[in-house]
Structures are given as C-alpha cells and as structure tokens.
Write a protein that binds this ligand. Structure first.
Ligand SMILES: NC(=O)c1ccc[n+]([C@@H]2O[C@H](COP(=O)([O-])OP(=O)(O)OC[C@H]3O[C@@H](n4cnc5c(N)ncnc54)[C@H](O)[C@@H]3O)[C@@H](O)[C@H]2O)c1
Ligand SMILES: [Fe+2]
Length: 403
C-alpha cells in the first residue's frame, strides 16, 4: 500500500519535471565541429575580450600533449592561460577546490574544460564555486542550486561519451563518503562546445568502447524513460543509429576520422536527449559503483545496461522496439517483443566484441545492500524510469553483476 502510494508520488514528480523540460528553453552551446575545429576556439575567446583563462585538463592528456595546439592558439590570439591538470577520473571536491585556488591566484576570467567528462565536469564546478563562493560543492547538489552564473565557460571533449559539453550536469565524488553526486543547472551549459574528432584519434580502444557505451546509455535511458518528448526522442534515435554504425569501427580503427566524428556527434545528441529527459537506474547504479570502487563511469554503464533493460523490458517494449528500428535492426517485420529482445542482444554483442565484461570485478557481495540503497536514493524520485524498482529487485539486479 505504502509502496503503491510512493510510486504514485514519484510519477507526480516525473510529470512536473516533464513540464519543466518541455516548457523551459534549455540554453544550447554554440558548436564548432569537424577536424581541426579546436583551432577556432581561441579566436572566439579573444573576441569575447577574455584576458587570462584557466584550462582544466588532466595529466594523461598533458603528457600526450593533446592540449598543445589549443594552448598555442591561445598564445597566438594574445590570451594568457594557466593550466590546471590535477583532475582525476571521477573528479573529487578537492580537485575542484585546487582548481578554484589557481583560478583566483591567476585572476582568471574564463574557464575551458579540455578532456573527457572528468575535466569538463570539474571545470563546470570550479566555475560554480568561483561565482558562488558562499555555496559549498555539497550545497549545490541536486537541481538548480547554482545561483549566480558561472564565468564564461567552454568545453572541448576528448572522449565521445558523457555529452557533458551540452548537459546541465556535472558529476563529482565526495572522497570522504565515497559518494558520487550530480549538480544540475542551466548555468553549467558551456557557451561553446568544440567537437573535434582529431582530438579523439588517440583515445585507447578500451576507453573508446566504454565512453561510447556511456553515450548509448544516455540515449537509451532518455528514450525509454517516461519524460521524453519529440526533441529528446529524435536526438536519442540519431545517437543510437550513429553509435551502432560507428562505435565498433572507432574501437577497431581509432584513426578513422569519420567514425570519430560520428561518435562525437552521437555523444552530443545523446547528451541533448538526456539533459532534458534524464537518465535511469543504469546511471544510478554506475554512480554508486564509481563512488565506492572508482569503477570508470562508461565501463559501469556498459556492463549494467543489458541487465537493467532485461528488468524493464516489458514496460519499455514498444520504445525499445522503435529504438531498435532507428538503430537499423529488424528488417523482417518482427514484433515489438522480438525487436526489444534484439535490441538487448545487440548491446550484449557490442560489449562482447569490444571486450567489455558481463560483471564488475570490484563488486563484493557484502556491499550489495548498501549499493542498492544508494542507487535507489539517487534514482527516486528524480529518474523517470519505465519500471520503478524495489530495494529487493535492485539487490537482485546488482547481484547479477558479481564476478
Ligand atoms: N556532466 C555530464 O553530463 C556527465 C554525463 C556522464 C558522465 N559524466 C561524468 O564524466 C566522468 C567520466 O568522463 P569520461 O568517461 O569522458 O572519462 P574521463 O574524463 O575520466 O577520461 C578517462 C581517461 O581517458 C583519458 N583520455 C581522455 N581523452 C583522451 C584522449 N583523447 N586520448 C587519450 N586518453 C584520453 C583521460 O586522461 C582518462 O585517463 C565521470 O565522472 C562521469 O560521472 C558526466
Ligand atoms: Fe553517463
């Protein structure tokens, strides 16, 4: 009885969020796209009158010299910069505070997130802390808690996965509690997003695969959830088709610029879908595993996605069937039921072809009750999932991820 009532209340909240997503115009970043497009960003920054920017990235990318071309173009345009490259994968509140100190010491006036979702998210929250010094990172958790707009912010993704370059979200880890949480606000959407496939050719196959599956998870969770609309459905369909056509090619042949370009677009489309229609249980469980064990976000999503789809298949059947068709599956008049199974099978096959396991190697049986609790605390009531899960069902699902 209480559970039925709770589920009704969750659905009421989903209804309210759907109205917000349908009615409020989400800001969209201006786009610079195509091979070499990162070179145009510095000129845009100069034209905006910025004098000294903070470039937020990580050590791996600095060692690969990936930001070098962009840094040189800043110099050519007379824009000073300071590099903050201490961002860890699954960035922490400490990373944000260190970046914020550097921004202030150097009197910066703009921020560039250059890297995967980790540097971009860290850069977003540095910006939020700079403009809102009286709000701690923890206080900004949730929806619309960033009061004052952040300094001019630009995103240069080097993975094709998170879609952070177009989303209202920034995900951060509290190292004290090992919890990951999201800060969601329109003010975190960058002014410009650069989709330059040349920055992605050196992405190792395993990271290509897992980040690509993160993008697919965004498309799928946005599409099968109950808060989608025409815009989010179209973007999720475009993303799914591009990922089905290009991800395995980018995995096998990283220097295929066309495949990289299509994956960059897919990640952006999937981000555009989920930032309005939200995600679901795959993300809730993945965030929990990321916080607890440091499992990379894309890897966790890739592993969990088929299990969650099997759990909600019946309720999501017709949506899974349309997404299967959008992705080019089923040419023989299959039923929705058959198409929905074919869709789940396709994901399992892609995972297998890209050496993604069917389990989480760090997962320990004793942690399952805590994981289920944290995941459902995150998902309820915010995530507009097709089937609402009980704690027992969540524990059973997580148990399937044991090595
Ligand atoms: N803000 C959002 O909307 C959103 C959405 C989904 C996920 N996330 C968050 O994003 C983070 C994950 O981001 P990610 O999956 O992009 O991974 P990441 O940024 O953590 O990068 C993973 C690894 O790949 C390396 N790398 C990145 N680009 C490279 C390149 N071109 N060549 C070689 N190596 C490269 C990085 O140095 C790092 O070691 C998580 O914290 C996740 O929760 C945010
Ligand atoms: Fe994600």
């Amino acid at each position: 009885m209480i559970w039925t009532l709770k589920k009704r209340m969750y659905r009421v909240q989903h209804g309210v969020m759907k109205v917000v997503a349908d009615v409020f115009p989400f800001p969209v970043p201006a786009l610079l796209t195509g091979p070499g497009s990162v070179k145009k960003l510095a000129e845009n920054i100069r034209i905006r009158g910025l004098k000294h920017v903070l470039v937020v990235t990580d050590k791996v990318l600095m060692n690969l010299k990936l930001p070098d071309g962009f840094l040189a173009s800043l110099e050519e345009n007379g824009v000073d910069y300071t590099v903050f490259d201490d961002v860890e994968p699954n960035p922490t509140i400490e990373n944000v505070e260190a970046g914020r100190r550097l921004y202030k010491e150097n009197k910066c006036d703009g921020i560039i997130g250059f890297g995967g979702g980790s540097p971009i998210d860290c850069a977003k929250i540095i910006g939020a802390r700079i403009s809102n010094p009286y709000l701690s990172v923890r206080r900004m958790k949730g929806l619309f808690r960033v009061f004052i707009p952040i300094p001019p912010f630009f995103a240069v993704p080097t993975t094709a996965g998170t879609g952070s370059e177009t989303t209202i979200a920034a995900v951060i880890t509290d190292a004290d509690t090992h919890k990951k949480f999201a800060i969601n606000d329109f003010k975190l959407i960058p002014k410009i997003a650069v989709l330059d496939p040349e920055l992605m050719v050196g992405l190792p196959p395993h990271i290509t695969a897992t980040t690509g599956m993160d993008a697919l998870t965004h498309a799928v969770e946005a599409y099968i959830g109950v808060n989608g609309n025409k815009f989010t459905d179209e973007n999720a369909e475009k993303a799914t088709a591009l990922i089905f056509e290009n991800l395995e090619e980018a995995y096998q042949n990283g220097s295929n610029i066309e495949a990289r370009n299509n994956m960059a677009l897919a990640s952006f489309y999937a981000g555009s879908a989920f930032t309005r229609a939200y995600v679901g249980y795959v993300h809730a469980i993945a965030h929990t595993l990321g916080g607890l064990y440091g499992v990379p976000h894309g890897l966790a999503n890739a592993v969990i996605l088929p299990y969650v789809l099997e759990f909600c298949r019946e309720d999501a059947e017709s949506k899974l069937a349309s997404l299967a068709l959008a992705g080019g599956l089923g040419a023989n008049g299959e039923s929705d039921e058959e198409l929905s199974y074919a869709f789940i099978e396709k994901i399992k096959t892609m995972n297998k072809n890209m050496d993604i396991p069917t389990y989480i190697k760090e997962l320990e049986e004793a942690d399952i009750p805590l994981i289920a609790k944290r995941a459902l605390d995150e998902a309820h009531p915010d995530y507009p999932v097709p089937t609402i899960m009980t704690r027992d069902e969540c524990e059973d699902l997580v148990r399937q991820l044991l090595p």
